[in-house]
Design a protein around this ligand. Structure first.
Ligand SMILES: Nc1ncnc2c1ncn2[C@@H]1O[C@H](COP(=O)(O)OP(=O)(O)O)[C@@H](O)[C@H]1O
Ligand SMILES: [Mg+2]
Length: 260
């Protein structure tokens, strides 16, 4: 099993989009995939067709349980099936925003999500965690529970500035709470080849991260937004658009990826 956090404290860089579409690809190719929505905005939850307004229990329910209460059965009660085979989700809703405060006083508060995944991880090939756009306890829990990071970056000047901060967080977590953590890859998203800045920033990222930049670039594509409006991953929504091709290529890279 590989646990992968899709992480960048910047909002709007394609985290949730990458989580749902990569997850759908991996599930379609025979892998058992669990999505975990760690963002109170619940974009990931909604994008795979689960209605966040109707949920009685969410990942927040589980984050509040003590270790005795946190059983496999209890976790399976909260887990939801999606319309897609082998693709399951621990959903979120706005109540998850309470977690930053309620977790603060809990013993080993950085390890709560890790304990949840340990209970059920053996059932899945991939666990994909969608992180919130912040560096609080929800993100720290995600990083502590993960083997790998995928870091989506939009080709804008401010993204490069944010990366420095992100790397400090990564290094801190790796040095203290999770030495196992590795960057799988930096993923350029919403790429528009007509903009020179886009090319420059990809070049800069390759200089900094070397072969840890995915070969695949996710291009800007309005079909992504249509697919999300329809709560359908792009590979099921439109098989002739460029974002379908791009997420397929990313999926292949992730399937082939091995820790060196
Ligand atoms: N490749 C793309 N082309 C066009 N729009 C995109 C693309 N990827 C994401 N978007 C749009 O950009 C917005 C932010 O993406 P999202 O995945 O929600 O970012 P994050 O989770 O990092 O906040 C969403 O409205 C989404 O529909
Ligand atoms: Mg998001």
């Amino acid at each position: 099993m590989q646990v992968i956090s899709v992480f960048n404290q910047k909002g709007g860089c394609g985290k949730s989009t990458t989580c749902s579409n990569l997850g759908a690809y991996l599930a379609r190719h025979g892998k058992k995939v669990l999505l975990i929505d760690m963002d109170p905005q619940a974009n990931l939850t909604v994008s795979v067709g689960v209605n966040d307004d109707e949920l009685e229990e969410t990942i927040y329910t589980l984050l509040q349980l003590n270790s005795k209460e946190l059983t496999r059965e209890r976790i399976l009660e909260v887990m939801k099936e999606t319309s897609y085979e082998r693709l399951l989700i621990l959903p979120s809703d706005i109540t998850l925003s309470n977690a930053e405060i309620s977790l603060a006083s809990v013993m080993s508060r950085e390890h709560v999500l890790k304990r949840i995944i340990e209970q059920i991880g053996d059932y899945f090939d991939y666990v994909l965690i969608d992180c919130p756009p912040s560096l609080g306890l929800l993100s720290v829990n995600s990083l502590v529970a993960s083997d790998y990071l995928i870091i989506p970056v939009t080709p804008q000047f401010f993204s490069i500035k944010g990366i420095k901060h992100l790397m400090e967080t990564y290094t801190l977590i790796k040095d203290t709470l999770n030495p196992n953590l590795e960057i799988m890859g930096v993923l350029v998203t919403m790429y528009d080849k007509r903009k020179n800045i886009a090319k420059d920033i990809r070049t800069t990222l390759v200089e900094v991260f070397g072969d840890k930049v995915f070969n695949t670039v996710i291009r800007q594509d309005v079909q992504i937004e249509y697919s999300q409006d329809n709560q359908t991953p792009i590979i099921y929504y439109n098989d002739k658009c460029r974002s379908h091709e791009d997420y397929k290529n990313l999926g292949r890279e992730v399937l082939a990826w091995q820790r060196v």
